[in-house]
Design a protein. Structure first.
Length: 98
C-alpha cells in the first residue's frame, strides 16, 4: 500500500476509535465478546464513570492461562439498563466465561 493511502487509513481508524457513543448496550459488548471468544477463556469488562458523567468501558478477552488475546474500549454517554445493572451489581467489573 502506498504511503498516502496508509496514512489516510490510519487517520480514519483513529477517528473511528475516538468517537463517543450516545448509548452502549449489553448486546454490543456481548457480541464483541462472542466474536473474540477463546475456548475455555473468559472476558472481563470494567466500567468507570468519569467526572464528566460519561463512561469509559474496557473489555479484555483472556485465554485459560490468563494471557490477554484481545482488548476493546468504548467511551459512551450512557449505559443501557442491562449493562448498567450488570456493572452496578458487580462493583464495576464483570467476568464472563467465553
Amino acid at each position: 500500500m502506498e504511503p498516502i493511502s496508509l496514512i489516510l487509513l490510519l487517520l480514519a481508524g483513529g477517528l473511528a476509535t475516538g468517537a463517543v457513543l450516545a448509548l452502549l448496550t449489553w448486546d454490543v459488548v456481548d457480541a464483541w465478546i462472542s466474536a473474540q471468544a477463546v475456548r475455555g477463556g473468559y472476558a472481563e469488562i470494567l466500567s468507570t464513570r468519569l467526572a464528566s458523567g460519561d463512561y469509559h468501558v474496557v473489555s479484555g478477552i483472556f485465554a485459560p492461562n490468563g494471557v490477554r488475546t484481545a482488548t476493546r474500549a468504548w467511551d459512551t454517554h450512557a449505559l443501557d439498563p442491562e449493562l448498567a445493572r450488570r456493572v452496578s451489581s458487580s462493583g464495576g467489573a464483570i467476568r464472563v466465561k467465553t
